[in-house]
Design a protein around this ligand. Sequence first.
Ligand SMILES: CC(=O)N[C@H]1[C@@H](OP(=O)(O)OP(=O)(O)OC[C@H]2O[C@@H](n3ccc(=O)[nH]c3=O)[C@H](O)[C@@H]2O)O[C@H](CO)[C@@H](O)[C@@H]1O
Ligand SMILES: C=C(OP(=O)(O)O)C(=O)O
Length: 481
Amino acid sequence: MASSIFKSITFHSNSHSHFTRYPRNITKSNLVCHSPEPKLVITGGLTLSGHVSISGSKNSSLAILASTLCCSGTCKLNNVPDISDTQIMCSILISLGAKTEVYNGETVVNTDGVGSVEPCLDEMKKIRGGFFMMGPLLARFGEAVVGLPGGCDIGARPVDLYVDGFRALGAVVEIRNGKVQAYAANGRGLVGAGRFHLGYPSVGATETLMMAACLADGVTVLTNAAQEPEIIDLADFLNDSGASIEGAGTDKIIIQGKSHLHGSECTIRPDRMEAGTFVLAAAITRSHILVSPVIPSQLLLLMNKLRAAGCRVTQHSHDTLEISAVCANNEDNLQGFDVKTGPFPGFPTDLQPQTMALLTTCNGSSVIQETVFEKRMSHAHELCKLGARIEVCGSRALISGKNHGSCLRGHHVRATDLRGGMALVLAALAAEGTTEISGVAYVDRGYENLEAKLRGLGADVRKFDSFASMPALHPHCRNTS
Ligand SMILES: CC(=O)N[C@H]1[C@@H](OP(=O)(O)OP(=O)(O)OC[C@H]2O[C@@H](n3ccc(=O)[nH]c3=O)[C@H](O)[C@@H]2O)O[C@H](CO)[C@@H](O)[C@@H]1O
Ligand SMILES: C=C(OP(=O)(O)O)C(=O)O
């Protein structure tokens, strides 16, 4: 890993890049540590109670960390969650020559020393957000050589919309050997694209093109833009740094390019996916908890679905949700419901797997239709190992509720992506007996202090670094990985 971090590229305003190598002061704390594969062991059936604190948004943090490459001077970001995705993002910034440090929970980034436009390829493969850096690199330095992104394996996840957008901003772009290479065609810098219509409201493409357009010469109007709350978070940060962006949060974003942006400060808003996951944890365990801080308007669809199912979801104060799924007279009668995911303000695909886990415990049958990612159903197979009855046909799943054959019991299961992994955690909380979950690194990508937060609510959750340190489990938890 070290050698690829040391790899760098010097700046040229044409396509002939000249590679040089030079060392950087990377401390051990800046690098992600790979320990033996950890497992979560959860004994289910307990009721949760109390309050859980929600961390800063993963997706806002990733976009805003990338956008620090647009800014001269120091940026101070409060409330960045300490999860592996943000650690990797910082390590990619460091591979470019940026300085990142964490003081008292504040992430301080200064990108003035950037001496490379080629982020560390090995790190790029681990997350999706690293690719967002292509926009600011191209805009500020006129050139970028960025590896195709990683992230959860939930679909093909191409980058065609980004590439079309870069071309509209005056870049020459080529994809070769797993890397996207681009430079400003005029040898000086990007130019405003005029109107650029996104064929799909991609979150990452909207964010990346917004960052690039901030430093382009002229006006760019993005139409059919993504409207996710994280786009607003990014636009607010960039505007505070001197950018001119109007319309973020709608499908038309107007960006007037500026010659440079300065550093600024922001506090990352709460993670709506983490909040939604804890609300679903209360529902699946038929519990009563408080969740804060949240922005309730970001979770309206989930709240309405849960109310229709029979849960009581109330806004306790401006940033606190109270959820109660406790059964009256011990009669468990939560009803199943149908879900179709879609871009914001549609039902979030990042809460689909956790919702599927809940539906296995409700009455009746439910249908989930996943429209955002074509391969986001692999958790269904693992949920079936826990006793769920789910039939998947393409991007649709038919979930038979608990009075139609689903009955969750502890087993050994494997997470293969972030939210699918959380679906297994939620199912394990509701299952009878003990569940062992491997592939926990996926869950660590997006949930800060997960075990501590769940234990704080009264769940029986333990994390083990390896089998050797684990207690003996029920035989069927051991033998079927
Ligand atoms: C780091 C981050 O913010 N990740 C979020 C972001 O991912 P990400 O930005 O990758 O998601 P997109 O909105 O881009 O992807 C949505 C769909 O568009 C397709 N597409 C995207 C780009 C492109 O150039 N061509 C193309 O066809 C994708 O394959 C996918 O089917 O939004 C997703 C959708 O809300 C969330 O699930 C992810 O948590
Ligand atoms: C799909 C997700 O993340 P990423 O885009 O970073 O892979 C997610 O957060 O559920």
